[in-house]
Design a protein. Structure first.
Length: 429
């Protein structure tokens, strides 16, 4: 499985999951487009996260903040000064490299000499208005959480929550990474799913442990990822971000090694205090004892692209001549595929179409009448469809069809009148 990543990149492009952005013009490094199957997969993952974080908790409130904030936000948060990576540039080919990715003092591309180490700010710059002047300079957000902190007062004033409570959002973030790679693991445009949970400062450690365990259980019990591919990594104090009291990553075993899938951080009261100081708006709250406090913040944060890659890696199976994405049905792009046994027999096509049209009212289902039945099964295995439903000549007489299970390849006859009940039971197992 050493070349698993190569297989996944090829499969994702071939079957419409993920394409290189602007590919007809040679692509653009660190940017990827999600195709028809990829959109369905990521939407299912985002919906499951939203159900877990927002719909199941009456004290977590949704938010959707803008991609561009007032530049003062980034000055207050420290991003304009400290959101940097050390880099060196090759004097010959002018390619840039992160210092921690270099193994010597020569360019890994052309063996040329490297410049002195420089600090490189990772935020993308843009301008507001018709002129590119310093006064109109702005940034694409490198993280979504600052929009939560700047809307903290608005949520408190409108919703009147009591500690503890959370604010959650899903949104795009942009980082001008010096080095990208490992497919969609490290991108320059990404989507984050973040929740900031505001707690009394005296209870921060309890809630930190609580959310750390909840998030791991979500991967195991809801997404049903292989437990051998997941682990906790507790960041040593010397590697913590300036705002963090403690950070634990949920790591996944990718083909290139263990890597961060989700971070759970205790951000203390740093964010609310610093925005209070810079904005002049008091962001403190009164706790249940009548004490004025700046809440501590527990932050579980996961990237959609990394989660998608983890699910793809975890689901990939090779069974003799079959290539399978053994998705849990909850995340599979299609829950079932409907076939007429022969595409040139109109009576079969008409019957299959009626089944397809009825099922799509309740499920995302795929229609496929191309090629022979074996090739259709193979294609559906590759995109992870749990069940294939085939209308054959017996279906015309008995009003039933054949259901083929993706993982076992076993087939059984199911009456069309009982099909939705059958699928509901199977998909919820």
């Amino acid at each position: 499985m050493d070349n698993l990543m190569e297989k996944l990149v090829s499969l994702c492009k071939q079957r419409g999951f993920i394409f290189p952005s602007s590919e007809i013009y040679g692509g653009i490094g660190g940017f990827w487009d999600f195709g028809p199957l990829g959109v369905r997969l990521t939407r299912n993952l985002k919906n499951l996260w939203w159900q877990e974080m927002v719909l199941k908790n009456d004290n977590i409130y949704p938010l959707d903040s803008t991609v561009i904030h007032n530049p003062k936000v980034w000055e207050a948060s420290g991003h304009t000064v400290s959101f940097t990576d050390p880099l060196q540039e090759c004097k010959s080919c002018h390619k840039r490299f992160r210092v921690d990715h270099l193994k010597g003092d020569k360019c890994p591309e052309c063996q040329g000499k490297l410049t002195e180490v420089k600090q490189f700010n990772l935020m993308f710059k843009t301008f507001i208005g018709p002129t590119e002047e310093t006064a109109s300079k702005a940034y694409l957000r490198p993280e979504t959480c600052q929009g939560i902190f700047t809307n903290f007062a608005g949520v408190v004033d409108s919703m009147r929550p009591k500690l503890p409570f959370g604010i959650a959002q899903i949104g795009k973030a942009f980082r001008n990474e010096i080095t990208t790679g490992n497919f969609i693991f490290r991108d320059r445009e990404m989507e984050q799913m973040e929740m900031e949970y505001f707690v009394d400062p005296k209870e921060d450690e309890k809630y930190f442990e609580d959310w750390k365990e909840k998030r791991m259980k979500w991967y195991l019990n809801v997404l049903k990822l292989n437990k051998n591919n997941l682990r906790f990594f507790d960041h040593p104090k010397e590697s913590l971000a300036h705002y963090s009291k403690r950070t634990v990553d949920i790591e996944f075993k990718f083909p290139f090694g263990w890597g961060e899938l989700e971070g759970v951080a205790n951000r203390t009261d740093y964010d609310l205090k610093t925005h209070s100081k810079h904005s002049g708006k008091d962001l403190s709250l009164t706790n249940d004892k009548g004490e004025k406090v700046y809440p501590y913040v527990i932050e579980p944060s996961v990237g959609v692209e990394r989660l998608t890659l983890a699910v793809l890696v975890d689901s990939y199976k090779k069974d003799k001549d079959r290539e399978i994405l053994a998705f849990d049905p909850k995340v599979a792009p299609f829950k079932a595929a409907v076939f007429p046994l022969l595409s040139n027999k109109q009576e079969l096509v008409k019957k299959a179409r009626s089944v397809y049209d009825d099922l799509r009212k309740d499920y995302e289902v795929n229609w496929d009448d191309r090629g022979n039945i074996g090739k259709r099964y193979y294609a559906q295995d590759q995109i992870g469809t749990p069940f294939c439903l085939t209308i054959d000549f017996d279906s015309l007489k008995k009003d039933d069809l054949t259901v083929r299970d993706r993982d076992t390849t076993k087939q059984e006859r199911v009456s069309i009148s009982n099909l939705k009940k059958y699928l509901k039971t199977k998909l919820e197992e």
